[in-house]
Ligand binder design. Structure first.
Ligand code: IPT
Length: 269
C-alpha cells in the first residue's frame, strides 16, 4: 500500500517527529509514505499538495496542517473516495480526525503553576492562524478564569525559538516580572529560556517556564523543560493504523482524541 502525508513545515520539531513516526509505522506494516510539504496553509497550496499525492494513487492520506473547518471539509471532499485523516483541526470540523486534547493540555499547565502558588502568569501563544494554537490559548484563559485570575500579559509567537526569544524579551522588560510563563510549544520555550539567561533571570528560582509538546530534545534544554507531552509517536502509529484498517464505511466520520500529560522537570518550581 502507498499512503500520503501532507504536512506543514518539517523544519519544526513537532511535525518532523510526527512524520518520522508515520514513516516508521508504515514501514513496519510494509506500506510506503509519500510526503508533500506545504509552506502556506491556504486553500490553493493545500489542494495542490493533496492533488500531487492523489495523482500518485495513494490509498489513504494524513493531513498535518492547521486547517479551519471549511478548508478541511473541502479537502476531504476533494480526496473522496480516498480516506483522509486530519491531525490538526478543531472538534467542530465534520471530518475524520486524530488530535490531542488541547483544552486538557492548557488546563494541566495552569493547574501545575497554580499548585506551585503562582498568580502572575504570562501567556506566550502560537500563531493565531493555527487552530491548535487558538485552542491552547483559549484553554489557558478558561482555566485562569476558573481560578479567578487574569493573565499577567499575553503575546503570540510563530512557533520558532527565535520568536520565543524575542517575545520573552518584551515580557521580561517591565518593572515587575511574571512568576511564570506558559508557552504554547517547546521551541518557543527554548527561546524564552535563552532570554531569561541573557537577562540573568534564574529559571525556575525567579520565573517558571512551562512548554508544550515534549519533543525529543526538551529534556536536554537548560534547565530541562517542564512541558505538556503530546505523544507524537503514538499519534503517528495510530493514524497509520487507522488508514490501513479503514474500510470505507458509510457517511459517518470518526474523531479520535488523544490525552496529553504534564511532564514535570526543572524549569518550574
Ligand atoms: C503543533 C506543535 O505543538 C507546535 O509546536 C507546532 O510545531 C505546530 O504543530 C506546527 O503546526 S502539534 C499539531 C499536531 C497540533
Amino acid at each position: 500500500k502507498t499512503l500520503g502525508l501532507v504536512t506543514t513545515d518539517l523544519a519544526l520539531h513537532a511535525p518532523s517527529q510526527i512524520a518520522s513516526a508515520v514513516k516508521s509505522r508504515a514501514g513496519q506494516a510494509g506500506a510506503s509514505v509519500m510526503i508533500s510539504m506545504v509552506e502556506q496553509h491556504d486553500e490553493q497550496s493545500c489542494a495542490a499538495a493533496l492533488q500531487e499525492l492523489l495523482a500518485q494513487r495513494v490509498e489513504g492520506v494524513l493531513i498535518n496542517v492547521p486547517l479551519d473547518d471549511a478548508l478541511a471539509q473541502q479537502l476531504a471532499a476533494q480526496a473522496a473516495p480516498v480516506p483522509v485523516l486530519f491531525l490538526d483541526v478543531s472538534d467542530t470540523a465534520t471530518v475524520n480526525s486524530l488530535v490531542f486534547d488541547a483544552a486538557q493540555g492548557a488546563r494541566l499547565g495552569v493547574e501545575h503553576l497554580r499548585a506551585l502558588g503562582h498568580q502572575r502568569i504570562a501567556l506566550l501563544g502560537g500563531p493565531e492562524s493555527s487552530v491548535s494554537a487558538r485552542a491552547r490559548f483559549s484553554g489557558w484563559l478558561a482555566a485562569l478564569e476558573e481560578a479567578k485570575l487574569s493573565p499577567f500579559a499575553c503575546t503570540h509567537g510563530d512557533w520558532s525559538a527565535a520568536s520565543g526569544f524575542e517575545k520573552a524579551q518584551r515580557l521580561l522588560a517591565g518593572p515587575q516580572l511574571p512568576q511564570a510563563v506558559l508557552v504554547a510549544n517547546d521551541q518557543m520555550a527554548l527561546g524564552v529560556l535563552r532570554a531569561c539567561a541573557a537577562k540573568g533571570i534564574a529559571v525556575p528560582e525567579q520565573i517558571s517556564v512551562v512548554g508544550y509538546d515534549d519533543t525529543d530534545d526538551s529534556a536536554w534544554f537548560s534547565p530541562p523543560l517542564t512541558t505538556v507531552r503530546q505523544a507524537f509517536k503514538e499519534a503517528g502509529t495510530r493514524s497509520v493504523d487507522w488508514l490501513l484498517d479503514n474500510q470505507a464505511q458509510g457517511d459517518g466520520f470518526c474523531q479520535i482524541r488523544l490525552p496529553v500529560t504534564l511532564v514535570g522537570r526543572y524549569s518550574s518550581a
